[in-house]
Structure formats: C-alpha cells, structure tokens
Design a protein around this ligand. Structure first.
Ligand code: 3HC
Length: 302
C-alpha cells in the first residue's frame, strides 16, 4: 500500500499552508493533525462555538501530550499557534490545499465549495471530506472540477491511519498526487479509490451497521453486541462506533450508500440510529448516544 501511495504521490506539490472549512469533529481533527506535522492551518467555520470546540479539542490533545512527557510545552504552543481559527475568509487564497468538512448535504457542500474555489488560486487542490457523496456530483457545478478530489479521513482523525483519496472523473493527476502527498506528510496511509458511493471502507462498514440495526430490532441488547465484538477482537463494537462517528453522520451514510446499491443493500426496517437522531442523542459529541458520556470525547459510562 505504501509503495502504491508513493507512486500516486509522484508529481504532487508540497503543502505548507492548508485551509480547513468546518470545525466539527472531522474538520477540527484534520486541522490539528495538519498543524502537528508542521503545516500552517486556517480553520474556518460560520459558528464561533464550533471554532471554540475545534480549538478546545486541539488544546486538550496537546496538553495530554505535554503531561505524558511526549512533547515539550514550547512545541505544543507552536502547534496550537499554527492553527488560525477564523469566521472570515482572511488569507484563504494563500492555501496550497483546502479541505471542506461541513455537513453531509450536497447543496450545502456546493455552496461552500463554490465560495471557496472563487477565493483559491487555480490549481489549488480543493478536497471534500465527504464520506458518502460522489466526488463527481460535488465537483460538477464548480468552476474548476479538475482541482477537486475527495480526502476521506476516519474518526478520530489523529489516530486512524487510513485516508481515502477519491479520484473523480474530472480530477487532474496533479490534484490526486498533491492530495496523496499531503496525506503521506500527515503520517497517514493514503489509498487512491474510485468515485463510487461509499468508496472502499463505507461499502464494507455500511452492511455491517445495517446488520447491527437488524439485530437490535430483533431484540439484541446493543451493549452485549458491543462486548461480543470487542471480545472478538475489534477495537470497538458497532454501538460505540456509531457514538464516535455521530448518529447524524451515521444515519446519512446508511441512507446514501444503501440508495447507491439498491440491489445489494437495503436500509434497516427499524433504524435504531435514526431513532437516536430524533431523540437528539447524537453520540459522543452531544454527551449521549447509545451510551452516556461524562464529557465530550470521554469514555462511555457502561
Ligand atoms: N484524538 C486523539 N487521540 C485519540 C483520540 C482522539 N479523539 N481518541 C483516542 N486517542 C488516542 C489515545 O490518546 C491513545 O493514544 P496513546 O496510545 O498514544 O496514549 C490511543 O488513541 C488509544 O486510545 P485509548 O487507549 O483511549 O482507547 P482505545 O484503545 O479504545 O482506542 C480508538 C481508541 C483508537 C478510537 C480505537 O477504539 C479504535 O481504533 N476504534 C475504531 C475507530 C474506527 O473504526 N473509526 C472509523 C469510524 S468510520 C468513519 O470515521 C468514516 C465515516 O465516513 C463514517
């Protein structure tokens, strides 16, 4: 995989300045991980509270590193200072690469990306962190679709090694190469995938989550399912995983990907994840999902 990634990264331009649009769990994690690797980051959101949360999480992770003696205070301060949280578009035009990590909604993404591309220099890679929408659909109405690729990170971004680099029909080789080189510079393992609903990982993960919902609707206790799969050797069971991913995102992913493969997948008849969205139990980020949490990002009380 590493050899292939090196080949895909050939001809990629180095990224010194990145822009991240959306300071939620994914955007905040991408900004923090990018700064950790010595790049300057502009993190933009329209909500001051989201920016505070994104910066707060970066600060919490850095403090932990310092307390554990893994990083000096000076370095931690420098990493934090490398992330500029902003509500406006200041200096976005200086970015070598920009990543959009806003809500999983095609029309919102179109608006955000069109505004953003109007500010970027031609040739600047514009990446979407979409988990389920097609890059071709995202890029089609934009002025420079050749600059658009997918960069699909996994949650929690600082620890999950895989990044899917999605090549759309219009994506240029240079954009794919720069995105792959950037993911490698983050210390990640990039794989270049075709543009199809769910790319690679979510095509495998979605049927698993649908099967989990079916089990729960047949009367299985979600906590016992989690414990069984954790004993089986997986790092976390499906209920805890959906709490980490976020119930709103998880629900969108099931809907969009199952609609993309109507012959092979069908959404669960009784969808425990959608029921939790209705109850506003969005998972770890809201303090409650399948499990209750003492703090955002904390361990479940079980
Ligand atoms: N940010 C930064 N670091 C974190 C973190 C976070 N949010 N959460 C955990 N970590 C770090 C810890 O600090 C710890 O680091 P250390 O070993 O250097 O001290 C390490 O990760 C292990 O953490 P813990 O000991 O607290 O807990 P676990 O051993 O249970 O590991 C986990 C946590 C790495 C999240 C592990 O449970 C795991 O790999 N879970 C699977 C997650 C997964 O599958 N994610 C993909 C979701 S799907 C997705 O995102 C796609 C989307 O499109 C739906």
């Amino acid at each position: 995989v590493k050899k292939l990634a090196r080949r895909h990264a050939q001809g990629g331009r180095p990224v010194a300045r990145a822009a991240v649009i959306g300071a939620g769990i994914m955007g905040g994690g991408i900004a923090y991980t990018t700064a950790l690797r010595g790049m300057a980051v502009r993190m933009k959101d329209i909500a001051p509270a989201a920016l505070e949360l994104g910066m707060g999480e970066a600060r919490r992770q850095l403090d932990k590193q310092v307390q554990q003696g893994r990083m000096g205070r000076e370095k931690a301060d420098a990493v934090l200072a490398a992330i500029r949280a902003q509500l406006d578009d200041a200096d976005l035009q200086e970015s070598d690469l920009a990543i959009e990590a806003v809500v999983e909604n095609l029309s919102v993404k179109h608006k955000v990306l069109a505004d953003l591309q109007a500010k970027l220099r031609p040739g600047t890679v514009l990446a979407s962190n979409t988990s389920s929408l097609r890059i071709d659909h995202i890029a089609a109405p934009l002025p420079r679709p050749a600059d658009v690729v997918g960069l699909h990170f996994f949650n929690p971004v600082p620890v999950m090694p895989l990044v899917e680099v999605v090549r759309g029909k219009a994506s240029s080789d240079a954009a794919v190469a720069t995105a792959t080189a950037y993911a490698s510079a983050l210390g990640k393992t990039p794989i270049v995938v075709k543009d199809c609903p769910g790319f690679l990982v979510n095509r495998i993960l979605t049927p698993y989550i649908i099967a989990f919902c079916d089990l729960v609707s047949e009367g299985a206790d979600y906590e016992r399912v989690d414990r069984a799969l954790e004993a089986f050797g997986w790092p976390m069971g499906p209920a805890y995983l959906e709490d980490v991913v976020g119930m709103d995102t998880g629900s969108h992913v099931i809907d969009i990907i199952s609609a993309g493969y109507p012959q092979r997948m069908r959404p669960p008849e009784r969808n425990a994840i959608r029921a939790l969205v209705r109850e506003k139990r969005l998972g770890q980020k809201s303090g409650a999902g399948f499990y209750d949490y003492d703090s955002a990002g904390g361990k479940p009380r079980r």
